[in-house]
Design a protein around this ligand. Structure first.
Ligand code: SF4
Length: 353
C-alpha cells in the first residue's frame, strides 16, 4: 500500500477516536468500515432477523453504484462488509465485487447463511481474496436449527460447511472462516454440539467458532436507558443500502434514519453532514432519549466500546482488530458475561424498528 494511503488511514483512525471523546473539530472524517448491501433479498426467514418486517423495497445494488462507493473508499476506508440485511450469495457478481474492492486496497468481509454455499461458490469465494467469511450455523441439530432459520436445511448447510473447509485446504486459502452461532434460549445448550459437528481436521480450517450472544441487541428495557457508553458506530461504520441510502447503522434495517444517499452526495460529505454530526453529539453527551433506534439499543452495552480499547484501536488496522476481537470475546467478554449472569434474549418474530 502506498505510504500516502497508509498515513491517511492512520490519521483518519486518530481523528475518529479523538472526535468520539472530544467535541473539538478535527476536520473531515471518513468511516473506517463500510457495509455495502448488495441485495436485501433473502432466501430464509430467520426468527431473529428484521428482514421479515422490512418495509422498504427489495432490489440489487447497481454495479455503477457499487464501484462509485469502492472508489470513494479507496485510501481512507479499511474494511468493507459485502452484505446488509439480505443474502449476498443471491448476487452472482459477488466474487467480482470482492476482487474490485481488493484491487483498491480494501479488506473484505462476508457473512452468509451458507445454504447456497455449494462447492462452486466455495471455490469462487476462497480464491477471490476475501479476507473474512462468516457462516451462520445457529443450532447443533436439525430440529433446533430449522426452528430458528426458517426455510433453512440443516443437512445441506452442514454439508456445505464441510465442503467449504475441504476446499479451503485444497486451495490453501488465506480467507479466515468463522462459523457463528447466535445464542438464544432455544439453542443455549447446543454450543458444544455445534463445534462437534466437525472433525478435528475440519476444525483446523476454522479460524473461529464464534458464539454471539443475542442479548437485547435491538431493544433494551426503557428503565435501563441512559446507562450506556456512547455508541462508536456513528464514527466508525457506514451502512449503505442497495439503493444508495445511507442508514444510521447496520441495525437500521428499514433505513428509518437516513443520513444521505450515495447517488446524490459523496461519502465524505454524508459522513460529515449535519445529520450525522447531530447524532454524534447526542451520543457523546448521552442525549439519546429522542433518537429513534439508539434510545433503546443494546449494542453499546455489549462491552466493545471500552475507552481504553477504543483509544488502543487507533493504533491498529481494522482488519487486525477483526482478528483480535475473537480473543477479546473469548478471554474477556465471555467470562465477564458469565460472571454477570447475562441473560439471553427471548426470541421474538417482532424485530421491526
Ligand atoms: S446505538 Fe444502536 S442504533 Fe444507535 S448507532 Fe449504535 S448500534 Fe446503531
Amino acid at each position: 500500500m502506498p505510504l500516502n494511503e497508509r498515513f491517511q488511514r492512520q490519521l483518519n483512525r486518530f481523528k475518529g477516536v479523538f472526535n468520539y471523546f472530544f467535541p473539538a473539530p478535527v476536520g473531515n472524517l471518513m468511516p473506517r468500515e463500510v457495509s455495502i448491501e448488495l441485495t436485501n433479498h433473502c432466501n430464509l426467514a430467520c426468527v431473529m432477523c428484521p428482514h421479515g418486517t422490512m418495509q422498504r423495497g427489495k432490489g440489487f445494488m447497481e454495479q455503477a453504484l457499487f464501484e462509485r462507493i469502492i472508489d470513494q473508499c479507496r485510501g481512507q476506508v479499511e474494511l468493507v462488509y459485502l452484505y446488509g440485511t439480505g443474502e449476498s450469495l443471491l448476487d452472482n457478481r459477488l466474487p467480482g465485487c470482492i476482487r474490485y474492492a481488493k484491487e483498491r486496497g480494501l479488506a473484505t468481509d462476508l457473512s452468509t447463511n451458507g445454504t447456497l454455499l455449494n462447492e462452486a461458490w466455495a471455490r469462487e469465494l476462497l480464491t477471490s481474496g476475501l479476507d473474512f467469511l462468516t457462516v451462520c450455523l445457529d443450532g447443533g441439530d436439525k430440529e433446533t436449527y430449522e426452528s430458528i432459520r426458517i426455510k433453512g436445511n440443516f443437512t445441506v448447510l452442514v454439508a456445505n460447511i464441510r465442503t467449504l473447509l475441504r476446499v479451503w485446504r485444497e486451495v490453501s486459502s488465506r480467507t479466515r472462516i468463522i462459523i457463528q452461532m447466535i445464542v438464544m434460549d432455544r439453542n443455549l445448550n447446543e454450543v458444544e454440539g455445534f463445534r462437534n459437528l466437525f472433525t478435528s481436521e475440519e476444525r483446523n480450517a476454522v479460524f473461529q467458532f464464534r458464539i454471539k450472544p443475542f442479548y437485547d441487541t435491538y431493544r433494551i428495557p426503557k428503565e435501563q436507558i441512559g446507562t450506556t457508553p456512547a455508541c462508536f458506530l456513528p464514527w466508525n461504520q457506514m451502512s449503505i443500502l442497495w439503493n444508495g441510502d445511507v442508514a444510521l447503522c447496520c441495525f437500521d434495517a428499514n433505513g428509518k434514519v437516513p443520513l444521505g444517499n450515495v447517488w446524490e452526495q459523496p461519502l465524505r460529505d454524508i459522513w460529515n453532514g449535519t445529520v450525522v454530526q447531530r447524532i454524534r453529539h447526542r451520543q457523546r453527551t448521552g442525549q439519546v432519549h429522542d433518537l429513534p433506534l439508539c434510545s433503546s439499543c443494546g449494542v453499546p452495552r455489549q462491552g466493545y466500546f471500552n475507552p481504553i480499547l477504543l483509544f488502543g484501536s487507533a493504533f491498529f488496522r481494522t482488519s487486525r482488530i477483526r482478528i483480535l476481537i475473537p480473543y477479546y470475546e473469548q478471554h474477556v467478554l465471555d467470562p465477564a458475561r458469565k460472571l454477570l449472569g447475562a441473560r439471553t434474549a427471548k426470541v421474538s418474530n417482532d424485530r421491526s424498528v
